[in-house]
Design a protein around this ligand. Structure first.
Ligand SMILES: Nc1ncnc2c1ncn2[C@@H]1O[C@H](C[S@+](CC[C@H]([NH3+])C(=O)[O-])CC(=O)[O-])[C@@H](O)[C@H]1O
Ligand SMILES: O=C(O)C(=O)Cc1ccccc1
Length: 245
């Protein structure tokens, strides 16, 4: 899926100053390669999103992909909907991502409508939802806005609806954090990233990707109203939560 992108060499050369990470044209061009080589379990999570969609999409409801990037989760959801009257609403606030996502979505035929919008996911209405996916995007929004967004999702989910939330997480315990972060670094090295690429990208993500702990995520989901919430998949410090209304 979305395989024919260029190789990610964005941080391969030494930069004098490392700016904040941005989802601009240069990232868009290499994004499928970047996410595949940086996020352990990414492909398995997409497969799981497909399975959960098959099980939980309700007839005549909306499905949301918030922070859709090139639409990988949208495509998986679209292929797995087997009930009538569904629409997928896919949102990203990067103009460059949305432009490219449009091309990807048109490359595969489907009768299920996709409403692709360049917008801030904290500002769009959520209505009549059966499945909401936030695949590695809550971590990029202002921590102060996270509780409200998750609450709003809970309130606008139909009974029996689900939120699938995938995130990079960190661990309160320093020894555990070091051990698991080391495994992620080894994963990136095994996927061909150099020490320079790893350290420059790490600087660029500082204060941009702000992770929470598993406990913080579960607390937020519970506070929003979800009584059934837990991790359904984890690879090192990358976890995906399932919350059922
Ligand atoms: N406030 C915001 N509103 C909307 N989009 C945002 C916002 N902030 C950041 N983004 C967008 O969130 C996406 C995060 S990538 C998601 C992968 C995808 N889900 C995938 O399943 O392939 C994950 C990663 O790169 O680690 C980018 O496209 C941003 O433009
Ligand atoms: O690359 C990393 O270290 C990450 O934490 C994951 C990631 C993947 C793609 C864009 C930004 C962050």
């Amino acid at each position: 899926m979305l395989k024919n992108s260029q190789k990610d060499t964005i941080y391969a050369q030494a930069h004098e100053a490392i700016g904040a990470f941005q989802f601009d044209e240069s990232v868009v061009a290499v994004f499928p390669d970047m996410i595949q080589r940086s996020v352990p379990g990414y492909q398995t999570i997409l497969t799981g999103i497909g399975e959960l969609t098959k099980q939980y999409a309700q007839a005549n409801s909306n499905l949301y992909d918030l922070g859709c990037s090139l639409g990988a989760a949208t495509l998986t959801m679209r292929r797995n909907i087997s009930v009538d009257g569904c629409e997928i609403i896919a949102i990203d606030n990067s103009e460059a991502m949305i432009k490219r996502a449009e091309e990807y979505l048109h490359a595969y035929h489907s009768d299920i409508p996709v409403n692709l919008q360049c917008a801030d996911m904290t500002e769009i209405p959520i209505e009549n939802a059966s499945v909401v996916v936030i695949n590695f995007t809550l971590q990029f929004i202002d921590p102060e806005q996270r509780d409200d967004l998750v609450k709003r999702i809970y309130q606008n989910l139909k009974p029996g609806g689900i939120l699938i939330l995938s995130e990079k997480i960190h661990f309160e315990n320093q020894a555990l954090q070091n051990a698991i972060e080391h495994m992620h670094l080894q994963f990136k090295r095994a996927n061909g990233y150099s020490e320079l690429e790893i350290s420059q990208k790490r600087s660029s993500l500082e204060n941009v990707l702000i992770s929470d702990t598993e406990a913080e995520h579960l607390q937020r989901l519970n506070n929003a109203g979800f009584n059934s919430a837990g991790i359904w998949f984890q690879a090192y410090n990358f976890a995906s939560f399932l919350a059922i209304k």
